[in-house]
Design a protein around this ligand. Structure first.
Ligand SMILES: Nc1ncnc2c1ncn2[C@@H]1O[C@H](COP(=O)(O)OP(=O)(O)OP(=O)(O)O)[C@@H](O)[C@H]1O
Length: 258
């Protein structure tokens, strides 16, 4: 089941550096939310707080709240590993486990969770690869290494790996930036299908991509280097691109930024 995310008064730090300040927003389930904004404004940093990956970085900490369907992800009794299972992540560069077979790449998370039954694993591998629109291309080479696939196929393999453990939210940090236009379209089509089942948040530098794939867009900005990034506005994608409330958003969208 897709889940809703509510962020309130979030400040994010790297050691003593406050990278992001005062973010409050709601991310709708079964929809795609795009994070846009200039380099260094904190898009990836905010994304990583949504599954507690930020604190993996030495000195990384947050103040404020992130609620997943009302549950505080940063409450004392919450296990961050469980959070990362519920809120999956796909990275900028496709990062399949290179020597593992395609099948084992997809099954890796389940095996870590203790699933051993081969029939069950095969079933999930097929379902996940179908879900990632990769099954037809790899069904006859499941025992070949993941590294032998094209970049676009590897990224779809990473998406299959992420959805195999049945997360409720998928975070994507510039998932197409290392891909050619055809692979990019395949991933965008896939995002469009996946949003029927998942809450999706995508960081993208490509404004056309944000306009194509997202339902909501969040624009982040920063006043100057060394200052914390802030959320300027979050609204429906058509509003942000056609009639934003804030002048800073309009300047950025229309290329007058900087
Ligand atoms: N591991 C880190 N250690 C210290 N500071 C970091 C780290 N990662 C990011 N920062 C700082 O946090 C701020 C926000 O960075 P972040 O990568 O989130 O921005 P971004 O909007 O995603 O940028 P880009 O579009 O260039 O990827 C920047 O000032 C950056 O230098």
């Amino acid at each position: 089941m897709a889940k809703r995310i509510d962020v309130s008064d979030l400040d994010i730090f790297y050691g003593s550096f406050k990278a992001v300040e005062g973010v409050s927003m709601s991310i709708e389930p079964r929809a795609v939310t795009a994070f846009i904004g200039p380099s260094g404004c904190g898009k990836s940093t905010v994304l990583r707080t949504l599954n507690r990956m930020h604190e993996v970085i030495p000195g990384g900490r947050v103040e404020g709240k992130v609620l997943l369907d009302g549950q505080d992800l940063y409450a004392k009794d919450v296990d961050p590993v469980g959070v990362r299972r519920t809120v999956g992540m796909v990275f900028q560069r496709p990062n399949p486990f290179p020597t593992m077979t395609i099948r084992d790449n997809v099954a890796a998370g389940l095996k870590l969770n203790g699933v051993k039954n081969k029939a069950r694993l095969d079933e999930v591998v097929e379902k996940s690869l179908k879900g990632a629109n990769l099954w037809n291309e790899v069904k006859d080479r499941l025992d070949k290494p993941g590294a032998g696939l094209s970049g676009g196929q590897q990224q779809r393999l990473c998406i299959a790996r992420a959805i195999a453990v049945e997360p409720q939210v998928l975070l994507m940090d510039e998932p197409c930036s290392a891909l050619d236009p055809i692979s990019t379209l395949a991933i965008e089509d896939l995002i469009n299908e996946l949003k029927e089942r998942y809450t999706i948040v995508i960081v993208t530098h490509n404004m056309q991509q944000a306009a194509r794939v997202s339902d909501q867009t969040a624009f982040f900005n920063l006043k100057a280097t060394g200052q914390p990034g802030k959320l300027v506005e979050l609204d429906s994608t058509s509003k942000i691109f056609n009639n934003p409330t804030e002048k800073a958003t309009e300047d950025y969208i229309s290329g007058r930024f900087g």
